[in-house]
Design a protein around this ligand. Structure first.
Ligand SMILES: *Cc1c(COP(=O)(O)O)cnc(C)c1O
Length: 211
């Protein structure tokens, strides 16, 4: 077995099979390199422009990278996001879903998407409110976007478990296979609640440089 396959299997063991999305936001290419050298291929970024400045060059050397957008997306950046990202985890309104679908068609790309749910109903946070999730999920499906599942980011300081449960139940009702939940501080809880994707930044790369 190759060293890479072995390290991937060991990582999968520790995460109960969940995919680790290594969140490399605010880290430069030099900081990301060691993770690539160690075999990581799934990465997350929260800003389109920052990601566009780092990843095209890295991709020339590691063509099998899978890039996830985990930060809020403005409609006017849908074009750049569709060009760069394989997965957009932050679809939270119909207008954005339509912009992504239009760009996907124009660019002949097929990004997988997650609907982000604002499970804590925090006014400052992105994500569709739980009451609006059913309608948005239906809309995304009508647009023929490849809907993988749901994503959430529980309020800081809350017990994340009830939020993970809400997301899991919602995904089950809609027959959606993927659940992106859990970060450095709570990924074990997320895995216990069925996470298929955990988004881990600090636990992999250490503290982030200031913005
Ligand atoms: C930054 C970020 C993460 C990673 O957070 P850590 O606490 O560093 O693991 C996960 N998800 C989203 C949406 C983020 O913005």
């Amino acid at each position: 077995m190759s060293a890479r396959a072995q390290s991937t299997m060991q990582a999968a063991d520790r995460t109960g099979g969940a995919i680790i999305v290594a969140v490399s936001k605010r880290h430069d290419a030099a900081r990301i390199e060691p993770a690539l050298a160690a075999g990581a291929r799934v990465f997350g970024e929260n800003r389109v422009q920052e990601a566009a400045s780092k990843w095209p060059a890295l991709r020339l050397r590691y063509p099998d990278i899978e890039l996830h957008l985990v930060g809020a997306l403005q409609t006017n950046k849908a074009k750049d996001a569709v060009a760069l990202f394989d997965v957009i985890q932050t679809v939270d309104r119909a207008k954005l879903a339509r912009a992504i679908a239009a760009e996907a068609e124009r660019q002949n790309r097929a990004p997988r998407v997650f609907v982000q749910v604002n499970t804590g109903e925090e006014p400052q946070k992105s994500g569709v409110l739980p009451a609006g999730a059913d309608a948005l999920i239906a809309e995304v499906r009508e647009l023929r976007l490849e809907l993988a599942g749901l994503m959430c980011l529980p309020p800081a300081g809350d017990d994340p478990a009830p939020h993970f449960e809400m997301l899991r139940d919602m995904a089950a009702r809609h027959d959606l296979p993927a659940l992106s939940m859990g970060m450095s501080g709570d990924f074990e809880t997320a895995i216990a609640h069925g996470a298929t994707h955990i988004r881990v930044g600090e636990a992999i790369f250490g503290p982030r440089p200031p913005q």
